[in-house]
Write a protein that binds this ligand. Sequence first.
Ligand code: PEP
Length: 244
Amino acid sequence: MRAKLVVGNWKMNGGLRANAALLAALTAEWNPAADRPIAVCVPFPYLGQAQAALTGTPIAWGAQNVSEHASGAHTGEVAASMLVDFGCRYALVGHSERRQFYGDTDAGVAAKAAALLAAGVTPIVCVGETLAEREAGTTEAVVLRQLDAVLAVVAAQAAQLVVAYEPVWAIGTGRTASSEQAQAVHATLRARLAAAGAADIPLLYGGSVKADNAAALFAMPDIDGGLIGGASLKAGEFLAIARA
Ligand code: PEP
């Protein structure tokens, strides 16, 4: 059976006090025996806080980005080895906000995934089409181009990836892909991953997932869980999604 996984992406939200309350609520309410694996990807400055709060709990943590470089003259960047120092199991790469607003390219995302794998951190590779690309009928071509760029660089370790399909038009908009729309793209991605020897990696859906639409999405055969943005900032909502 494929692993299930629900990951929260806090984006650039939080503060020491609010994080403490959120992390305490998650650890108090998450039942490792009955519940599925979950993780939170927090802003870099709060990795230490997440590590302190979550060490010894069944909840994993990670970052939202990483440098493709190992060390050196890269002011403002954070290396994969630094994420290891803070116990990160995961890091997002290629989130659409980074592709859209911070210049992340397919090749750069692949290099970041490779840097993470070399350090022993699991990359959560985000792919997804814009509304214009969907309307132009290029959804499959776009997500496969984004995925192939990563597979070309980390072919031997493809089975260690997590992939998240996040249609850009559904992120933070309240507009979710229908279960059928999401499943169709997931099936395409699954076929490509299977050809790369990675058929069984977790394939997550993200884009305005809420407690009331999660069950229908997660019931789809190729959707193994979710990458949750806004709704991961409320413990009750996030855990309701994770239980869906
Ligand atoms: C995200 O940021 O990865 C995301 C899916 O956001 P939201 O759930 O808020 O749409």
